[in-house]
Design a protein around this ligand. Structure first.
Ligand SMILES: [Zn+2]
Length: 261
């Protein structure tokens, strides 16, 4: 599932490609056809992200709200785009570029009031100025394990399954520690890791948990299979013991019992 770095990355890219232009909106698959007509051929004012939600704001107040969910994907094409292939829910065609959306959890037209309701349900988004103190409050007010709290979008917006595993590993934290038992020092480390990894993710458009000095190369050159320290791994790179995986917050969480105790 795309995490917060990816939605912010897409928002920037799509804003650059399409904002300030009249955009034709269609639904080759058909499921979004009626709603697409409400915004089609209007000017796209801006594209923004909150947590894992994307908002395409059109002149006149209509907003296309997209949540990619687990299977949603965007593809970019020149303009005019090629003939539609597959289940394209939404196609946006600008003068210079076009984008196709397939498999989203949410793709609908809303107004500013509903957008505000969506944003109000989210916790602070570290990539949109979300404050450390507010996340600290949300975490320490709960007896839930920190591994579950990090996935809860009302606690902190934009963290998904990969960030969760990699952040907890870097901070050396046992995922089962209740939020209310977290020390200020541990939280400081957690926040530092979270900010660093999400900022790197936004810059490169993908999650790179390792540092350049650890990888022995610039981050842009880190191979796909060497980006993570624990996520999807079988052996800990640091202590060489097996990586454990358990269900926490309904998703599989990878962690090293030796390094995270
Ligand atoms: Zn280890």
């Amino acid at each position: 599932m795309p995490e917060g770095h990816k939605t912010h990355f897409l928002a920037r890219a799509h804003h650059e490609l399409l904002a300030g232009e009249g955009v034709k909106v269609t639904s080759p698959q058909g499921r979004f056809r009626t709603e697409a007509r409400k915004v089609s051929r209007r000017y796209l004012d801006s594209v923004s992200a909150s947590g894992k939600h994307l908002f395409y704001e059109f002149e006149g107040g209509a907003i296309v709200h997209v949540h990619l969910g687990r299977y949603g994907k965007f593809r970019q094409h020149p303009s005019p785009p090629p003939k539609p292939v597959g289940q394209i829910r939404m196609r946006m065609i600008g003068p210079a570029a076009s984008i196709d959306l397939t498999g989203p959890t949410t793709c609908r037209v809303i107004d500013a009031e509903i957008q505000q309701e969506v944003v109000n349900r989210l916790g602070p988004d570290p990539l949109a100025g979300g404050r450390k103190l507010d996340v600290w409050k949300n975490i320490t007010q709960s007896g839930q394990p920190i591994g579950a709290l990090l996935l809860d979008q009302s606690v902190v917006a934009g963290v998904g399954n990969i960030f969760r595993a990699e952040i907890l590993f870097e901070a050396g934290l046992d995922p089962q520690i209740p939020g209310s038992s977290l020390s200020q020092e541990s939280f400081d480390q957690l926040w530092k890791s979270l900010k660093r990894m999400m900022t790197v993710g936004l810059k490169y458009g993908k999650i790179i948990a390792v540092t350049a000095s650890e990888a022995g190369m610039p981050l842009a050159k880190v191979p796909e299979d060497q980006r993570f320290r624990v996520y999807g791994q079988t052996e800990c790179r640091r202590c060489c013991t097996p990586i454990s995986s358990v269900e926490v917050g309904a998703r599989r969480l990878y962690h090293c019992k030796h390094c995270q105790s």
